[in-house]
Design a protein around this ligand. Structure first.
Ligand code: TXE
Length: 487
């Protein structure tokens, strides 16, 4: 059976290049090749730029209401095709069906719908200055470039394009080379909904393609979702043309369980924060600080529920709640971290080994893993592992745990579990993170701006401020009296 080839989506259709370099996309649960992808050549990237400039001029000339109607239609088309799109996300990422069918497509559609609505109320201002006055216009930036990570491929493509397009921009989007298909289907849906050709182009490739467009003088803004190291490279490359950047990067976030927490909820939170999407979530609360007075109770429930309730295996099976890691290389990296944890003296309280479920022996499966007796200086406590590996630490004093929670170069997320409302807001105000939860974990509605402090990122996605970040303000001063001067 010949393997299908996915090409780049430029100006409203797929464009084969003929002699393109190809790369393969592997199903993480079996190791089999799903399809091949054409890497975009520099010539094709230049076509994508010309196309985007043309599309953006047409798109910006429409009224906000006309753009919003088209985006609303795209959002409803995403929802109509929820199951088909969710299945593609499962095949590309290895994540469980039970997650993709509920979260990935719907949160993407929600963002497109949210920004379509918001954009209709975006207005400038006017102020009298004596007889004179000035007014402001919020104008689109032009052509924006979105770069996606592989853990939520379609959602990331939706979140970046929603604000960019609602503000009248065009977006060229490069999905992760691990998971290209979601973005292509979004492009098809945008075209079918009436988005003009060129307004949303999808190009394929790795960092080389990403760097080419980041450096391009016609690109006004880059929005990256990826690792901190990649963020630094992209920001450096963007400096050459002084373009705006949004960085949604990695984290190693704290989750703090106080002595008056509801232990059942705190365990649920810790498991969500470490095992959902097999731990491949940037905001994960992978440093779990438990007050020493409830540590035994917490650990007893955590271990019992981890051993009893987690089903690792076929991602398509609705009962599976821990799927396959994205690649064999990533699996090896996670196993390496687990070895570090043991070598550094942490106690492997459960898990730690690779799994080979029957009929899925070629996949990248690993046991849900919990380390105890951890210390803050350990590699597994300081560095992002991006797998189902939880590090549990204890504390006795509020000030001490805040200092320790903040002692990292990251600042993406933070969470606390307590029934003391004053303590909840006192502590969360001191934690250095951009996305925080109190007696909750992971909720990220389109209305809520999300993004990191410190090296976890720059700028935000979702929320009112993000629409503004895809515009530029022009001030126009109008002289109503005869202009006079000393010359
Ligand atoms: O990232 P990579 P991955 C983070 C998560 C983890 C990482 C995992 O914390 O650190 O993403 O995703 C492209 N110039 N987040 O492994 O390797 C590359 O081709 C331009 C945070 O995909 O950094 C890919 O498309 N582009 C997030 C993308 O960058 C370059 C939520 C990311 O690749 C490039 C989800 C270059 N030089 C995951 N090098 C959040 N904060 O919301 C690579 N790329």
């Amino acid at each position: 059976m010949s393997t299908s080839v996915i090409s780049n989506y430029i100006h409203g259709k797929y464009q084969q290049q003929g002699n393109a370099d190809l790369f393969d996309v592997i199903y993480p649960a079996t190791g089999e090749t799903l399809y091949l992808v054409e890497e975009a050549s520099p010539a094709l990237l230049e076509q994508a730029i010309v196309s985007a400039c043309q599309g953006q001029a047409q798109w910006a000339a429409m009224t906000a209401v006309e753009r919003a109607r088209i985006l609303q239609k795209a959002a409803s088309m995403l929802r109509e095709r929820n199951d088909e799109l969710a299945r593609i996300e499962v095949l590309d990422t290895g994540k469980p069906w039970q997650e993709a069918v509920e979260v990935d497509v719907q949160t993407g559609a929600d963002a497109i719908e949210y920004f379509a609505n918001l954009s209709q109320s975006m207005m400038g201002s006017q102020q009298p200055i004596g007889n004179d006055f000035f007014y402001t216009r919020h104008e689109p930036l032009g052509v924006c470039f979105g770069i996606g990570a592989w853990n939520y491929p379609l959602q990331i493509a939706c979140w970046k394009s929603a604000a960019a397009l609602a503000a009248g921009n065009a977006m060229i989007f490069k999905p992760s080379e691990e998971t290209p298909r979601g973005a292509c289907l979004l492009a098809e849906i945008f075209t079918a909904a009436g988005v003009p050709q060129g307004v949303f182009n999808v190009v394929h490739g790795d960092g080389k393609v990403g760097n080419y467009l980041t450096e391009h003088s016609e690109v006004a803004k880059v929005s990256l979702t990826g690792e901190v190291g990649t963020g630094k490279k992209v920001m450096a490359a963007a400096a050459g043309t002084l373009k705006q950047v949004t960085m949604e990067l990695g984290g190693k976030s704290p989750l703090v369980v106080f002595e008056d927490a509801d232990i059942n909820e705190a365990v649920t939170g810790a498991m969500l924060a470490n095992f959902y999407t097999q731990g491949e979530v940037c905001t994960n609360g992978t440093r779990v600080y438990v007050h020493e007075s409830v540590y035994q109770q917490f650990m007893q429930q955590l271990l019992e529920r981890t051993q009893r309730n987690i089903v690792v295996g076929d991602p398509m099976n609705p009962d599976t709640n821990l799927g396959a890691l994205i690649s064999a290389q990533h699996l090896a990296r996670v196993l390496e971290y687990i070895k570090h944890g043991s070598d550094e003296g942490a106690t492997l309280a459960c898990g730690g080994a690779q799994l080979k479920p029957q009929n899925f022996e070629g996949g990248n499966f690993i046991e849900p893993t919990i380390f105890t007796d951890c210390t803050d200086d350990m590699k597994i406590v300081q560095e992002e592992i991006f797998g189902p590996v939880m590090s549990v630490l204890t504390f006795s004093d509020e000030d001490d745990v805040i200092k320790r929670a903040n002692n990292t170069r990251y600042g993406l997320a933070a969470g606390i579990f307590t029934s003391d409302i004053r303590r909840a807001h006192r502590v969360i105000a001191r934690l250095e993170a951009g996305i925080c939860w109190i007696n909750a974990w992971g909720n990220s509605p389109a209305e809520m701006p999300v993004g990191g402090y410190k090296e976890s990122g720059i700028g935000r996605e979702n929320g009112v401020e993000t629409l503004k970040s895809y515009t530029q303000t022009k001030s126009i001063y109008v002289g109503m009296d005869t202009l006079e001067g000393p010359f």
